[in-house]
Design a protein around this ligand. Structure first.
Ligand SMILES: Cc1cc2nc3c(=O)[nH]c(=O)nc-3n(C[C@H](O)[C@H](O)[C@H](O)COP(=O)(O)O)c2cc1C
Length: 322
């Protein structure tokens, strides 16, 4: 399956997750079978103003390809200019954010607020497509709220403006992350356009992946929270959808993945930030094990790599049967 000229292998992509799916996590997820990945949302204004923090989010490494840079904003010219500037960091495609519910994004008319303004959304896609010679994709929700479910119509307009694929998170902006996915609207998006549709929301294992495919007819899946502390979820989904048997990783294998991820964080972000951020990642890797609650509290105290090793060693001793 292709997204324009980009050959995509596999079934499920890693979702963009600000503050979580950094370069280290993206590399680990690609290593474990993610089909492609999308970088953390980055302000188009920040990029055009040369903000260093924005630039640091854009770097695309060779081991995380195909990878998109995701940009947000509310102005077609600034979005087009930002898209051009991201090329310096060599993304394989550009993703436009039309799903972020956060007030600092949607409150300024960007992210999910673009779903309330389809004319502006369409001109942004048109401007970005014109500005770069890369596939441009759009990630949206089902609509702003239950009374305004417009993803199928907006997806059609994005396609007409040149979008190469559409990701739909099966919730409205007002639902934020409330339980329940609107599979039917994702299916309607798939019927409305001829470009690939990527279905997103609550896919967490082989069974939910199969369900998302059959309920929506989508072309790819996108996985967010289920990949936190579990890059193996992509192997599980690939196995389930190819009819192959899947063997869960041992606890040792899980911790090896954690160590590798943290080493990459140290390399890309420096010791201090890597250690602070490794606290939440280590806690996620402890998911589903005996004694996790106490060990998770210890994660809040991590200041060096040996703290992480010590916590994992304790987890192994308490879970010798896993
Ligand atoms: C911590 C966090 C950060 C997120 N950041 C972004 C982002 O930068 N851009 C975006 O389009 N979506 C973002 N999302 C939404 C996810 O990409 C995804 O649509 C959502 O989590 C639903 O998928 P899931 O049920 O597989 O987690 C974020 C979600 C989480 C939990």
């Amino acid at each position: 399956m292709k997204i324009k000229s980009l050959e995509i292998k596999g079934f499920a992509a890693l979702a963009p997750m600000a503050g979580v799916a950094d370069r280290a996590m993206r590399e680990i997820c690609m290593k474990h079978g993610a089909a492609f990945c999308v970088g953390e949302l980055t302000s188009s204004r920040g990029i055009t103003l040369g903000d260093k923090k924005s630039a640091s989010l854009l770097y695309c490494g060779e081991k995380e390809r195909p990878v998109a840079s995701q940009i947000f904003g509310n102005d077609p010219e600034i979005m087009a200019d930002a898209a051009k500037k991201t090329l310096e960091y060599r993304p394989d495609f550009i993703d436009i954010n039309m799903g972020c519910p956060a007030p600092k994004v949607a409150g300024n008319g960007g992210g999910s607020a673009l779903m309330k303004n389809p004319d502006l959304a369409e001109s942004i896609v048109r401007a970005v497509v014109k500005a770069v010679n890369l596939p441009v994709t759009v990630k949206m929700r089902t609509g702003w709220d239950g009374e305004h479910i417009n993803a199928p119509e907006l997806a059609e307009r994005c396609e007409a403006a040149g979008a190469a694929a559409i990701t739909v998170h099966g919730r409205t902006r007002m639902q934020m992350y409330a339980p329940g996915i609107d599979y039917e609207t994702i299916a309607r998006v798939k019927r409305a356009v001829n470009i690939p549709v990527i279905a997103n929301g609550d896919v967490k294992d082989g069974e939910s992946a199969r369900y998302m495919y059959s309920a929506t007819g989508c072309d790819f899946l996108m996985i967010g929270r289920a990949a936190q502390g579990n890059p193996f979820v992509f192997e599980e989904i690939n196995a389930a959808l190819s009819g192959r048997e899947y063997r869960r990783p041992t606890l040792e294998q899980r911790f090896e993945a954690l160590f590798e991820q943290v080493s990459l964080m140290q390399k890309y972000k420096g010791e201090h930030i890597a250690m602070l951020e490794s606290r939440k990642h280590t806690a996620w890797y402890l998911g589903g094990i005996c004694g996790a609650a106490k060990l998770r509290r210890e994660c809040g105290e991590i200041t060096c790599f040996s703290d992480i090793r010590r916590i994992c060693q304790k987890a192994l001793e308490q879970n010798a049967d896993m």
